[in-house]
Design a binder for this molecule. Structure first.
Ligand SMILES: Cc1cc2nc3c(=O)[nH]c(=O)nc-3n(C[C@H](O)[C@H](O)[C@H](O)COP(=O)(O)OP(=O)(O)OC[C@H]3O[C@@H](n4cnc5c(N)ncnc54)[C@H](O)[C@@H]3O)c2cc1C
Length: 850
């Protein structure tokens, strides 16, 4: 217990004395915020931290998440020297073993990804794995991986060391002090009420672990997490087990194993987890444990006995069943709450809080001190969620699936199945009746593809061509050759209105949005570093009224960014109109013919140019038609009040039968947009990249006057970009399938990884985008002519790199023509002969992102 008097004010108040709260305190003080108070309702580590297994596995799916753990690792190695408190750090490495061929393929992919991310990683033989882990049975194994930098720590000691480091720099820590209310004024947190008195503060930071949802609710803030039971056993001494043994992970058997005092600690992530605390996590759960549950543990034990036969006779000294919190997507939650300024959250660590704790603490401290994150943290950003994610019923349903994801195969395009269907467009039933296979994004059910029969409306996951390949090929082809209809209702839509709406948008947007009424503009929203916070389409509907259309996943984030950055004193109000409007896209060279059947409005280029938005009649409905598509074809996106959606869809499908119209799902949209080189938020466009690196300089108008990010952009433009987004194509007939994340090599050296990849059915091969490090070189034809390859699960696939899109409807840059499509796409002439088409894509940039 601290000897300090209890304060009535502090610059920052941190709620929760687990590894995360202590790490945030440590890093805030390192950044010079010395007036930091940490409040813990029990004693430090008494929540979840004390019983963690302490594994520090470094390689994560996302580069920046790996960086966080790499930083944790370097910090935990030096904390003892700095604070005098040991951390139990031991760099023992880890062995991963594969029981299935698919897992072996995954290991090859991980091996390449590790190279891209700068993590040491080796594919090793089964014999080498056996040497590293002699007590393991290996005769049933197919492959193994060795990560020499992985480590283990003592979680309680790490936390105490962080707390000590924070105290050494001025932080004050109060145990046995519960926060009972969050004080706020004018939309901003101003302090906390506690069991010992009130504290005013500039910022409040919710690091309350599995209690963070309840603490968030005190402030009206959604922190979507739910507890699940997580179990491990610890055995007595076992022959052959020694402290230098690496960590063992057998993900096909759902288990992890580490040495503990000459015995083994064995736990895991069973496929169907056991939710806990549905009626609320008890306030008083200091160093709490749950009863043993051997039934729930059985699947782990059975698999462990396969891998570690000596467990059969080992003494079980401890059965640890500790609850911890999981989030709807198995990524943790960080950032400033969109509902309340100066209220920050770092919680929901899904079993990687020890490994991520150092890095996450530093990243949040930087976010607090600098006012925004210093790197792309979108996978863990609190703004990827919306209010509905806080629904207890949904969370409980989802958590039983989430825990198992740790070791489940991370298939490309894997969809979660729990808590669905949640948000349904007005067309949902119609599309389902046509055998749509739905994916889920931001809770919305969205058609991925349309199968010929209900039986085929499924995904058979694999690393190669999945079962839906021919269905998507047909949708892709129909979009390029005829016309398709796509339900894009899930797009986030806002109305910005008020007499200063134009001025406000001019400040927020890098492009010039002071356009005439009836015009749309594609633009980035940049931060002060000149990198992307979002990209969206601005449609001017009136002198003081703009519709903003942005990606499905960006609703909370973009609204938050816009509201926070609206220039002071400007009269402009943002309203989310997502649920008020359905969106139906009509895309393809016959789009005009089709829409013309249902409207009297002129649709020719003179009357309805690319980029225009007009109110027109479609059958009985009055809709806003915007001439843009995300696929590089002629087309319109129709925005209509939801109650008209079904009627308009039926009319389009009926009239479209004359033109070969069919439904189009998101998988086809993905391959279409990649052929056209259209960028997507969260992959090609993130806070790590600026428009020059992304090849979108044409969307930046530095001469229009001041705007957010302008100074940084001007500075960035003065020097060649350190990395450049490139399009890649590989068209050999036996090319394997790329899914994104693959390592890019230039002249045999790693230069980056793919941000997106798909099979492009028009070019007949892999189409991908990815950033390549330039080393300061000018990216010209000579530079691009180097030997480029991508590493697909260990196979080096030659690719061509290009600054320009791989596909152009006018044929000028059509890379390859599939023979069967020859009547439409003529490779010889590079011209499309039998269809008169509008080359919208040449002028265009996407209206919207998938
Ligand atoms: C069995 C098991 C094994 C694990 N193994 C690993 C592993 O090997 N590697 C790894 O990286 N992670 C592991 N984890 C996960 C890891 O333990 C957690 O991610 C991490 O401890 C979370 O830390 P935290 O600080 O967010 O939460 P906590 O440690 O729970 O801290 C939150 C604190 O907030 C306090 N608090 C709550 N409400 C209030 C309030 N109103 N006022 C004041 N204080 C409050 C609580 O008392 C608690 O101490 C494991 C978890 C379990 C259950």
């Amino acid at each position: 217990m601290a000897s300090h008097p209890f304060p009535d004010s502090a610059r920052a108040v941190i709620i929760g004395g687990g590894v995360i709260g202590c790490s945030v305190a440590y890093h805030l003080t390192k950044l010079g915020w010395r007036d930091v108070v940490l409040l813990e309702q029990g004693r430090l580590t008494c929540g979840t931290t004390w019983h963690a297994a302490g594994l520090v596995g470094q390689l994560r799916a996302h580069q920046n998440m790996t960086r966080l753990v790499q930083y944790s690792a370097s910090l935990y190695q030096t904390l003892e020297a700095e604070t005098g408190q040991a951390t139990g750090w031991k760099q023992c490495g880890s062995v991963l073993v594969a029981r299935t061929p698919e897992r072996v393929t995954l290991f090859r992919r991980i091996h390449a990804a590790a190279r891209a991310q700068g993590v040491a990683c080796e594919i090793i033989s089964i014999a080498e794995a056996a040497t590293k882990y002699p007590v393991m049975r290996t005769d049933d194994l197919l492959g193994a991986l060795w990560l020499p930098d992985d480590a283990k720590v003592n979680p309680a000691d790490v936390t105490q060391a962080l707390a000590r480091g924070a105290r050494m720099n001025g932080a004050r820590i109060f145990e046995q002090t519960r926060v009972t209310a969050i004080q706020h004024k004018n939309g901003s947190a101003t302090g906390v009420a506690t069991s010992r008195g009130d504290i005013n503060s500039e910022v409040v930071i919710n690091c309350a672990g599995q209690w963070a949802k309840a603490v968030g609710r005190l402030a009206g803030v959604t922190v979507p997490l739910h507890s699940a039971e997580h179990m491990y056993i610890v055995t007595g001494k076992i022959d052959g087990v020694h402290p230098d043994l690496p960590v063992l992970r057998d993900p096909d058997g759902y288990i992890y194993v580490k040495e503990e005092v000459g015995g083994l600690l064995m736990g895991g992530f069973e496929p169907v987890a056991k939710p806990w605390g549905a009626d609320g996590v008890p306030e008083s759960f200091e160093f709490g444990m749950l009863p043993d549950d051997w039934d729930q543990f059985q699947v782990l034990m059975e698999n462990a006995l396969v891998r570690l036969p000596s467990l059969e006779t080992a003494e079980i000294k401890t059965f640890m069943n500790g609850p911890e919190s999981f989030t709807p997507d198995n990524n943790f939650i960080m950032g400033e709450a969109p509902e309340l300024k100066n209220f920050f959250v770092a919680a929901g660590f899904n079993s990687i809080g020890i490994a991520s704790g150092g890095g996450a603490g530093r990243a949040l401290a930087e976010w607090i001190v600098q006012g925004e994150p210093t790197l792309d943290l979108w996978p863990v950003d609190i703004r990827r969620f919306a209010r509905f994610h806080g629904n207890d019923h949904v969370l409980k349903d989802r958590v039983s699936e989430v825990l198992g994801l740790h070791y489940m195969m991370p298939w490309p395009n894997r969809e979660l199945m729990s808590a669905r269907p949640l948000r349904r467009s007005p067309l949902y039933d119609r599309l389902a009746a046509q055998h749509a296979l739905f994916g889920s994004k931001m809770g919305w059910e969205r058609p991925n593809f349309f199968a010929p029969t209900q039986h085929d409306a499924r995904i058979d996951y694999s690393w190669g061509r999945q079962n839906w390949f021919p269905y998507v090929a047909a949708e892709h082809k129909a979009t390029r050759e005829a016309v398709t209809i796509a339900d894009l209702t899930s797009f986030s839509k806002f109305l910005l209105s008020g007499r200063d709406a134009e001025a406000a948008l001019q400040y927020l947007c890098a492009n010039d949005v002071a356009v005439p009424v009836g015009q749309t503009v594609y633009t980035g929203l940049l931060n002060a570093r000149g990198t992307y916070e979002s990209d969206l389409t601005v449609a001017r509907l009136g002198a003081d009224r703009f519709m903003l259309v942005t990606g499905t996943a960006q609703a909370t984030r973009d609204a938050d960014w816009i509201r926070r950055n609206l220039p002071d004193g400007k009269h402009a109000t943002l309203t989310d109109i997502t649920s008020a409007y359905a969106v139906i896209a009509v895309m393809g060279p016959r789009a005009r013919d089709l829409v013309a059947r249902l409207t009297k409005a002129p649709l020719d280029n003179a009357a309805f140019a690319f980029g225009a938005i007009r109110e027109i009649g479609i059958g009985d409905a009055t809709v806003l038609a915007s001439r843009r598509t995300y696929v590089g074809e002629l087309g319109w996106e129709l925005y209509l009040p939801t109650e008209y959606a079904a009627g308009v869809y039926d009319a389009l499908m009926e009239a479209g039968s004359a033109f070969g119209a069919r439904n189009c799902g998101y998988y086809a949209i993905e391959s279409l947009r990649l052929e056209k080189g259209y960028r997507a938020w969260g992959r090609e466009l993130t806070p790590d990249y600026n428009p020059y690196e992304a090849g979108l300089s044409f969307t930046v108008k530095p001469d229009k006057g001041d705007f957010l990010g302008r100074d940084a952009l001007i500075a960035a433009k003065a020097k060649p970009p350190a990395r450049r987004l490139l399009s890649f194509v590989a068209t050999s007939p036996d090319t394997p399938i790329a899914h994104g994340g693959e390592l890019i090599l230039r002249n045999g050296e790693p230069v980056g990884d793919l941000t997106s990849a798909a099979y492009g059915h028009t070019v007949g091969g892999i189409v991908a985008l990815g950033y390549a490090a330039t080393g300061g070189a000018r990216v010209d034809d000579a530079w691009l002519a180097a030997r480029f390859e991508i590493d697909i699960a260990g196979e080096r696939v030659p690719v061509r790199a290009s600054l320009k899109a791989l596909y152009d409807p006018a044929g000028a840059r059509l890379e390859r023509v599939q023979e069967k499509w020859e009547p439409v796409f003529r490779s010889d002439a590079g011209q499309i002969k039998n269809l008169e088409r509008d080359d919208d894509s040449k002028k265009s940039y996407p209206a919207l992102k998938a």
